[in-house]
Design a protein around this ligand. Structure first.
Ligand SMILES: N[C@@H](CCC(=O)N[C@@H](CS)C(=O)NCC(=O)O)C(=O)O
Length: 210
C-alpha cells in the first residue's frame, strides 16, 4: 500500500503549467502503478512560506511515510526503487540508471535551463547556444544508438531525460532526429499523459492566485 504524497504549489501562472516538476513524480507513480495524493503550499510568498519543507522555497517535495524529500531527482529515485517498472533489479543496470539520472540533471539540465531563460528573454545572441548545441549533439550521438538509455527499455533515466528535453524550445533547437523521436516516444506513454493531465487539471481548477 503506497503512502506517497507529492507536494506542489496551489497555483502557478499558465506559462509553467505542464512543466512544474511535481510532474516528474506524478509520472513516476503512474509508471509504477503507485497511488499518490497531492498536497500544496501557496505559490504566493513561496520564497519564505515553506522553508521548513524545502530549503529553497521550491517544489516538488515528496513524503512517503516518515520519509520527507525535496529535489525532484531524489523523489524520482525514491519512487523508482520501489518497483522494477522504473529501475531494473540487476545491480549493474540499476547503477546505469542512476548515472543517467545524474547526467540528465547535472550535465544536460544544467545547460538547458539557463539557455532557455536567456532565449526567452529576447532576440539577442544567446551566449550559451554553443554549449547547448554541443551537449545536445553529444546526447544525439548516444540516442542514435539506442531506443532507451539503459537496458533496452524505458526506465527512470528516460523519464527524467525526456522531461528535461521535452520543452519545444529545447527540442526544436537544431535538428536532432534521434532526440526528437526519443522525446516523442517518452511523452506518448499513457503514464506521462495521465500525469500531465492531472497537473493541468490541478492548476486550472485552483481558486488560488499570485
Ligand atoms: N532542482 C530542483 C528545482 C526545483 C524547481 O526549480 N522548482 C520550480 C518549479 S518546477 C520552482 O519551485 N520554482 C519557483 C521558484 O524557484 O521560486 C528540483 O529538481 O526539484
Amino acid at each position: 500500500m503506497s503512502d506517497i504524497t507529492i507536494w506542489t504549489y496551489d497555483w502557478v501562472p499558465e506559462g509553467p503549467r505542464g512543466f512544474v516538476r511535481d510532474l516528474r513524480l506524478r509520472w513516476a507513480c503512474e509508471e509504477s502503478g503507485l497511488r499518490y495524493r497531492v498536497k500544496t503550499v501557496p505559490f504566493k510568498d513561496r520564497q519564505t512560506n515553506h522553508l521548513g519543507q524545502h530549503p529553497f522555497g521550491q517544489v516538488p517535495m515528496l513524503c512517503d511515510g516518515d520519509i520527507e524529500l525535496f529535489e525532484s531527482g531524489a523523489g524520482l529515485l525514491h519512487i523508482a526503487r520501489k518497483s522494477e517498472a522504473l529501475m531494473p533489479g540487476d545491480e549493474r543496470q540499476a547503477a546505469k540508471v542512476v548515472q543517467w539520472i545524474v547526467a540528465a540533471l547535472s550535465s544536460v539540465e544544467i545547460v538547458t535551463i539557463p539557455w532557455w531563460y536567456i532565449e526567452k528573454a529576447g532576440p539577442s545572441e544567446n551566449p550559451l547556444s554553443g554549449w547547448m548545441a554541443t551537449r545536445l549533439d553529444q546526447l544525439e550521438a548516444v540516442l542514435e544508438t539506442r531506443e532507451w538509455l539503459v537496458s533496452d527499455r524505458f526506465t527512470a533515466a528516460d523519464l527524467l531525460m525526456a522531461d528535461v528535453l521535452r520543452d519545444d524550445k529545447i527540442c526544436d533547437f537544431g535538428s536532432r532526429p534521434a532526440t526528437q523521436a526519443y522525446v516523442s516516444r517518452a511523452v506518448d506513454r499513457p503514464a506521462f499523459q495521465a500525469a500531465y493531465d492531472a497537473q493541468m487539471e490541478h492548476f486550472s481548477s485552483s481558486s488560488a492566485t499570485d
